[in-house]
Design a protein around this ligand. Structure first.
Ligand code: ADP
Ligand code: MG
Length: 847
């Protein structure tokens, strides 16, 4: 009798015609109408929980025909999403008379679990490990000491008091263990049905499964797991599981299912491949190692064999069994001291659907070494070493089991020994797990029996969360997407032809098409094109793109036209502005001095020659005309100076300025790039941390001291490394640029200073120096042009200049009307200073 047989069948009926359902079904509870009306998985979760209690094995529903599709899909997703754990093959009868059955999708039909009622959705899909006890048949069964209760689950142990321990004896004598089932005198058939059948069938749906036999040597672990290989009837779980797998494959022609197997032995902490003797495997060069990756644990170096039919699989099993026995002779191994893990790997892809999803699973069938304690075996020497190993690995297994059973523990010590490490993803975790504890029925073995039962009840505390191992076939996915793309293009073509549109191309644009759009945009902006026709989304995007391109080109053109015509000063370059102001070229508002309407462009000053009405005046005439009375206005003279004596220094000044601007622009671009990289680094770091914490949560993988990380994390690390490299390069560039900018700024300041200084000298020499002194300055004279002692000639002392510009910046904005006042004041002071200087110079000359 399997699990299912012992549960009652629950019939529920629902739907608009629910009342018509058979009275003969007895008291079939009616489902509330809103259930089917709502028919969403969310509303189902609220309704199905309370209804489906108490225990049931099959949820059978009668519903009306018209709602079938809705209902099946809602129930399916409900079961898949929230009810992984519990019950019932849900069967829907749409028409009770004809009994046409809708099985609520294979993966929605769920097995009856512990507790057996449907838990509410909140309880999640955790599931307890199933623990069974199998008692080895004996004529000498200790009836007084071992008792089974009627529930077939509870086993009571009574130990007689040890008289040697005196009168006061507090020794515990009674124990009771409640497991999932006690298998007494059970046939191999029944054992398989009870223990393994569901685990194996779930494996074909993508759930991992582990079946483990535990117990003292001779208690029947190997008999349970492998069985008597010479007797078909007495074959154990292993051959039966293989048979079931191949039978199920036959029943599922809609799926392409591949089966692989491997057989591993762990003896004295060494790994042995029990199938390495097969001719095509070849000797292994490197010793096997346990490796972990996001897909799970696998043994590097262990041969895995594809089997397309049952017979091949059996041959492999027998090969392994023979090797196990031979090895125990040739290598002097005691087979009861080794752990054997036979693994069946399943991969199922849908044949009919071109679904990129596929499921994989593995079934681990574990025959553990004897669990007897060291003291009893009285082992010595080599045997002692073996026994220590066994005890160690089994006690590590026990530690792992205890940790798994403790909800508060987040670290499970899997890597303490090869056994637990190899089974890391098969103990607890996401798999269906079953333990068979093999015990003796004899009184003499009672102590070991007790310890085995304790292990079993610990195992029962472990919960697992079986989940489907769903994978994506990237190649299939790309193919599907390509197919869909082609389909959508066809669809578009149909739409276009229905809408009477000429054939539209939806492919990415080539250069010629882009150039055409550019020309359209230009013509549109010029006004020669009325409108730009909309063709498709790609074209609209390109039109916008080209607008941007044209706009930025036009901006550049305007700027260079202006530059050709005017000297442009950056409004933010305060040094340049104040220098121009010092030179008296512009007033505090940036207007040209002497130009009341301030029509100059920005702070720009049109060269003297371009000023209307002044064009025809040559410098000489200008000088001759103005010199006797008042010197020319400084702004005008400055322009003149720049074209004449100061032309070279002005050219260098301008050149430096443009280099400086260009470097500044580059620096700002580099800064933007650095910021973008920084942002990306931060994002990548965040993603990496997430990956890391996920990895830590899932348990870290280590192999030979090296951390194993998944591909996604690896790619993130590479990306981060790359970004950091970019960041360093860009940062270095920025540093170089900054140094250059500093240097250029220095040059520009120097040039400006020289330009202004020389202008002052030139101005003074040209308009204020008396005739005789002029002679001295002229070629062949005693003073070279521009070489008149600066300290003596600069008309406005540095301090005065500073004070004035400060005044301009602080006082003037408050009272713009005072400009002329201050200008006059400055001119007065300049004149005064100049006269003072000249007198000094004349005296010096006389000497
Ligand atoms: P273990 O692997 O636990 O050391 P075995 O499976 O090798 O023990 O069993 C020891 C012996 O007992 C074997 O000869 C086996 O055939 C026999 N045996 C164990 N359990 C049963 C059983 N349930 N029915 C019949 N024979 C059994
Ligand atoms: Mg054995």
């Amino acid at each position: 009798m399997g699990l299912r047989g012992r549960r009652s069948l629950k019939l529920l009926c629902a739907g608009s015609r629910a009342s018509q359902f058979p009275r003969s079904c007895g008291s079939v509870p009616q489902l509330p109408r809103p259930w089917l009306r709502a028919c969403s998985s969310r509303s189902l979760s609220g309704l199905i929980g309370p209804i489906a209690c108490p225990p049931l094995s099959a949820l059978t529903l009668f519903i009306s025909q018209q709602r079938t599709a809705d209902f099946v899909s809602a129930t399916t997703s409900y079961f898949r999403n929230s009810q992984k754990r519990p019950v019932a093959t849900a069967t829907v009868y749409t028409d009770w008379q004809r009994r046409c059955r809708y099985s609520v999708a294979a993966n929605a039909a769920v097995r009856l679990g512990e507790g057996s009622c449907l838990p509410s959705a909140k309880m999640g899909s955790r599931k307890k490990v199933h623990a069974f006890v199998r008692v080895r048949p004996t004529d000498d069964f200790a009836h007084e000491m071992i008792k089974y209760r009627d529930d077939n689950k509870t086993i009571d142990i009574h130990l007689k008091k040890d008289s040697r321990r005196g009168v006061v004896n507090n020794q515990q004598t009674d124990w009771s263990f409640k497991l999932d089932r006690v298998l007494h005198d059970a046939s191999q058939d029944l054992v398989y049905e009870t223990v393994a059948k569901d685990v194996v069938s779930q494996a074909l749906n993508g759930f991992n499964g582990t079946i483990m036999c535990y117990g003292q040597t001779g208690a029947g672990k190997t008999y349970t797991m492998t069985g008597a290989t010479e007797n078909y009837k007495h074959r154990g779980i292993l051959p039966r599981a293989l048979q079931q797998v191949f039978k199920m494959i036959e029943e599922r022609p809609t799926h392409a299912i591949t089966v692989r197997v491997s057989y591993l032995e762990i003896y004295n902490e060494s790994l042995f491949d029990l199938l390495s003797t097969l001719p095509y495997v070849g000797p292994s060069v490197t010793p096997m190692t346990i490796v972990e990756n996001p897909q799970g644990v696998f043994i590097k170096g262990l041969s895995v064999h594809l089997t397309s039919q049952e017979e091949d699989a059996f041959s492999l099993l027998f090969e392994g069994e023979t090797n196990r026995i031979i090895a125990s002779h040739t290598m002097n191994k005691n087979s009861s001291r080794s752990h054997c893990i036979f693994t069946i790997y399943v991969e199922a892809r849908s044949r009919t659907l071109s679904d990129e999803k596929y499921v994989t699973s593995k079934i681990n069938l574990v025959d553990l070494a004897g669990s007897e304690r060291l003291g009893k075996s009285r082992s010595e020497g080599r045997v002692l070493k073996e026994a220590t190993y066994i005890n160690k690995s089994l006690s590590f297994l026990e530690q792992a089991i205890i940790a798994l059973g403790d909800q508060k523990r987040d670290h499970i010590p899997f890597r303490q020994c090869k056994l637990t490490h190899a089974l890391k993803d098969s103990l607890g975790g996401n798999c269906n797990m079953v333990l068979v504890t093999n015990i003796y029925g004899e009184a003499a073995q009672l102590e070991e029996t007790l310890s085995s039962l304790r292990f079993a009840s610990r195992m029962k505390l472990v919960t697992t969360e079986p989940t489907v191992n769903e994978k994506y076939d990237a190649e299939r996915m790309v193919k599907n997407l390509e197919k869909e793309l082609a389909l959508l293009k066809q669809e578009l073509a149909i739409h276009d032809s229905l809408a009477n549109r000429t054939l539209v191309n939806y492919d990415p644009m080539d250069e010629i098409q882009i150039a055409e759009i550019n020309s359209q945009v230009r013509r549109y902006l010029e006004g020669t094109l009325e409108e730009i026709d909309i063709i498709n989304l790609r074209q609209i995007q390109e039109v916008f793109n080209q607008f941007r391109v044209v706009l930025s080109q036009q901006e550049q053109e305007v700027e260079s036209t202006l530059r050709r015509k005017y000297t442009l000063i950056d409004k933010n370059d305060y040094a340049a502005i104040s220098a121009v102001q010092k030179a008296g070229l512009v007033d505090a508002d940036g207007h040209l001095v002497g130009e009341p309407d301030g029509q100059g462009f920005g702070l720009g000053v049109a060269p003297f020659s371009t000023k209307p009405g002044k064009k025809s005046k040559s410098k000489k005439m200008f000088k001759e005309q103005l010199r006797p009375s008042t010197p020319p206005a400084k702004p005008v003279a400055f322009e003149d100076f720049k074209n004449e004596r100061g032309s070279e220094i002005n050219r260098i000044f301008k050149e430096n300025k443009s280099i400086l601007n260009e470097r500044r622009k580059r620096a700002s671009e580099t800064t933007q790039r650095i910021n973008a990289i920084k942002r990306e680094i931060d994002m990548t770091k965040e993603a990496l941390n997430l990956q890391k914490s996920l990895r830590e949560k899932q348990g870290e993988y280590e192999n030979k001291g090296l951390m194993i990380i998944d591909e996604e994390e690896f790619l993130l690390i590479l990306k981060l490394k790359d970004l950091k490299k970019q960041y360093r390069t860009e940062y270095q560039d920025l540093r170089d640029l900054r140094a250059e900018i500093q240097y250029c700024q220095h040059l520009v300041d120097q040039c400006r200073h020289r330009l202004l200084t020389e202008f002052d000298i030139w101005y003074n020499e040209s308009f204020f120096v008396p005739e005789d002194l002029q002679m001295a300055v002229k070629p062949g004279g005693s003073i070279r042009p521009g070489m008149m002692p600066l300290s003596k000639i600069v008309s406005l002392g540095e301090d005065d200049q500073d004070r004035f510009s400060q005044l301009q910046q602080t006082t003037l904005p408050e009272g713009p009307d005072s400009v002329s006042f201050y200008n006059a004041k400055v001119k007065m002071e300049q004149k005064h200073n100049y006269l003072k200087t000249m007198m000094g110079l004349q005296q010096a000359h006389r000497k």
